[in-house]
Write a protein that binds this ligand. Structure first.
Ligand code: FES
Length: 81
């Protein structure tokens, strides 16, 4: 699975670095390093939405640092299992 996180200026201000750190930690915790690739991307054209733009395979989500763990449990773990 590929997860792409926007690191454009608007998403950077909304906490993309924190979202990346949280996802990295959870991927390691669940030992999914071999199954998930994290990537960064420039602006994905969704700056006006709340949260950081995150693309999982080809679906887009908006993720704030505060709900990154919930996003991981609800979206990533469900899709990967
Ligand atoms: S900066 Fe992330 S969608 Fe524009």
């Amino acid at each position: 699975m590929e997860i792409t996180i926007c690191v454009g200026s608007s998403c950077h201000l909304k906490g993309s670095r924190d979202v990346i750190k949280i996802l990295e930690r959870l991927i390691t915790l669940h030992r999914l390093e071999d199954r998930i690739t994290l990537k960064g991307s420039f602006c994905m054209g969704e700056c006006s939405k709340k949260g950081v733009c995150v693309c999982v395979d080809s679906d887009r989500f908006n993720v704030a640092p505060l709900n990154a763990e919930l996003f991981f449990n609800d979206v990533i773990l469900k899709r990967i299992n």
